[in-house]
Ligand binder design. Structure first.
Ligand code: ARG
Length: 397
């Protein structure tokens, strides 16, 4: 019996792949895999139901806790951001590939199929994640890249093959949702001048509907990870969900941007990432208090490199581990509290403290301080960039 495994969302593209795998590619059995990294409940149930109806061996893996603890929290520690996008879809793909690889091995599938097209980023992320985690003779098949289907042709084919269809021809937006964020593209949004309509948002209130008064919140961090909100300890998943609510209610977390995809294609993207818009600025504010000047300067470079690699899906590259080692080491001291104020779409850091690790001393910094003998600065100031002073005095013509 020949077996193919596939990433399955229950959507039209991946549903169409099921009969194709049997009829066109000649596999006897199809194993469908849905990895739950925070998908809407109804989508998971729908995927399960459809897969069974089409005679597949189906797996639903609940990866929400692992995603929050090891992926989202690492993105917070790295201040993960690519061109203004807080890396939501991108950081889920390596985990999805890694968990699917376990099923592929367990089921002894000789091939694996994904529904990515040839234009996007996910083909890079999923295939790299697979190649790093499955035996090398497992074949990777990408039918949506090999065939160019129009949506209506797909619907026709689905009807012909008796695939239960739940979408309509005019399904307008292409949405990817996980615990860390929602990404919305397609339809009229493909015109970069078309303003995002209210209906694409689910977690954030519009400025008009946002809380009428400012909200103040304190986020506590331990070793770079958020652990409590207003003194209430929460596990990783719960803290992300609570942060979504606080920021979303205040209209914080909507992003409308132009993005350069891995292939170089410029695309217009809309994101809804309220928790990231609250937790990352809070985390950065605490790093400002506890890290040295050199660490801060260098970490900005490491963070940018980390973000670029996370965007490219290179989670299993040894260089990514090297970057994580630096990120984890510096974050050992990122423990303390950050106070923020949110109001009608804006967010401000209004306080920070770290009893154990602050490199700030009020007495030293204060204008009223007598501890620091100011006269000691005189000689240092006089020799500030001495070589440049020499150049300007004696050499420059
Ligand atoms: N551009 C984003 C990324 O590459 C999100 C793509 C998500 N897909 C979607 N159909 N909305 O991470």
């Amino acid at each position: 019996m020949s077996k193919v495994a596939m990433f399955y969302s229950g959507g039209l593209d991946t549903s169409v792949c099921i009969p194709m795998m049997r009829e066109e590619y000649g596999y006897d059995e199809v194993v469908t895999i849905t990895v739950n990294v925070g998908l809407p409940e109804d989508e998971i149930a729908q995927a399960e139901e459809k897969a069974k109806k089409m005679g597949c061996i189906h797996y639903t893996i609940d990866a929400r806790d692992e995603f929050a603890k090891d992926y989202i929290f690492q993105a917070i520690k790295a201040n993960g951001d690519y061109q203004g996008y807080p890396l939501s879809t991108s950081i889920a793909r390596p985990l999805i590939a890694k968990l699917a690889a376990e099923i592929i091995k367990k089921e002894g599938a000789e091939a694996v199929c994904h529904g990515c097209t040839g234009k996007g980023n996910d083909q890079f992320r999923l295939e790299f994640g697979l190649r790093c985690n499955v035996p090398k003779d497992v074949k990777i098949i990408a039918p949506m890249r090999e065939h160019t289907w129009t949506r209506s042709a797909e619907i026709e084919y689905a009807k012909e093959k008796g695939i239960p269809i739940t979408v309509s021809v005019e399904k307008i937006w292409s949405i990817d949702e996980n615990l860390w964020g929602r990404s919305i593209e397609g339809g009229k949004l493909e015109d970069p001048f078309y303003a995002p309509p209210e209906e694409i948002f689910k977690w954030t209130k519009s400025i008009d509907d946002a809380c009428p008064t400012p909200t103040e919140v304190v986020i506590s961090f331990e070793k770079g990870c958020p652990v409590a909100i207003d003194g209430k300890k929460l596990d990783p998943r719960a803290i992300v969900e609570a942060a979504h609510k606080i920021a979303g209610d205040n209209g914080v977390g909507r992003i409308d941007m132009m993005e350069d995809r891995i292939l170089g294609l410029k695309v217009r993207e809309n994101y809804e990432c309220p928790a990231a818009r609250l937790l990352i600025p809070a985390h950065k504010a605490l790093e400002e208090l506890v890290l040295t000047k050199e660490e801060r300067e260098f970490k900005a470079i490491v963070d940018a490199k980390w973000s670029r690699m996370a965007y490219d899906g290179l989670w299993f590259d040894p260089f990514f581990d090297d970057l994580n080692a630096f990120i984890d080491k510096t974050n050992e001291r990122v423990t303390g509290d950050v106070k923020l104020r949110l109001f009608k779409g804006s967010l401000q850091v209004i306080g920070r403290k770290s009893d154990e690790f602050a490199l700030y001393n009020e007495d030293l910094a204060s204008f009223d301080s007598k501890t620091w003998d100011q006269s000691q600065a005189t000689g240092i100031v006089a020799n500030h960039d001495m070589q440049a002073v020499m150049y300007n005095r004696f050499i420059k013509k």
